[in-house]
Design a protein around this ligand. Sequence first.
Ligand code: ADP
Ligand code: MG
Length: 292
Amino acid sequence: ATMPPLLSAIANAGRHGVLVKSAVVMERIGQVDAVALDKTGTLTEGVPQVTDVVPLDASGLTGDELLALAAGAERPSEHPLARAVVEAARDLDVPPAEGFHSTPGTGVRAIVAGHEIAVGSPARLLPHTAHPAAAVIAGLEDAGRTAVLVTRDGVPSGVLGIADRIRADAATTVTALTGLTGATPILLTGDNPRAAARLAAEVGVDEVHAGLLPQDKVAAVRRLEAEGRRVLVVGDGINDAPALAAAHTGAAMGGAGSDLALETADLIVVRDELAAVPAAVDLSRRARRLVK
Ligand code: ADP
Ligand code: MG
């Protein structure tokens, strides 16, 4: 017997490196007419590296001490930024963490070497914008870096600059999705507006929503769906899982994707090639023409 069109489309998608979880999903993905993309780990490779270690004078810390404390707090986290911090501290004596706590879209907190160390989004952790750390942060963000604030017992003690490469197929994927859906994808990110705008310009995205918490990503998806759009969300992190669930179709990046994102998504980009996403939309449309 010949295979039903949707099943052979699933097999074909598999050859492109996309795991489509069901025939229903294979059918639905062709209906999408709007796309929302996450930044870190989705449009970027998700293998960020620490480029700058800047202790604040008042902290009395050296760069290595700052990095070791941050790495202690980050070690239990699976976030790509956490892995970058731990990797940068690989040759240092990193103290163990107790009472680790992580807040998606914000950062981590733990007791390290007897102090409460928090590492995360300056927008959420910096007490006021006139703080001396703000100028350091602005300088790094203008350079396209993600700036991460380190606080010790609630007091800002330093800033880490982190940079991540844009995926080689990010711009062509944006173009392909625009062609298939008739609408340019939008960017939904928890990162800062400056780094987000810079990346958006490089990949050809016009609409950027930055500084978002996981529930803000959901709200953005629901707004589009309330306008009658069928939204495809592509993401990788725990912070994307609620938006992946709320979307008409959710796609997770398989390589560095968090378990929760992989479980929640309707399809998984197994080989970590973003271009497989428009390929799956196209395969769905071809299969639907054969079914009708
Ligand atoms: P994106 O939406 O681009 O994938 P996230 O929502 O995962 O980004 O993170 C948003 C912001 O929260 C980061 O840019 C960073 O400032 C902060 N953050 C989240 N998790 C961590 C972490 N483990 N370590 C440091 N910063 C973090
Ligand atoms: Mg992400």
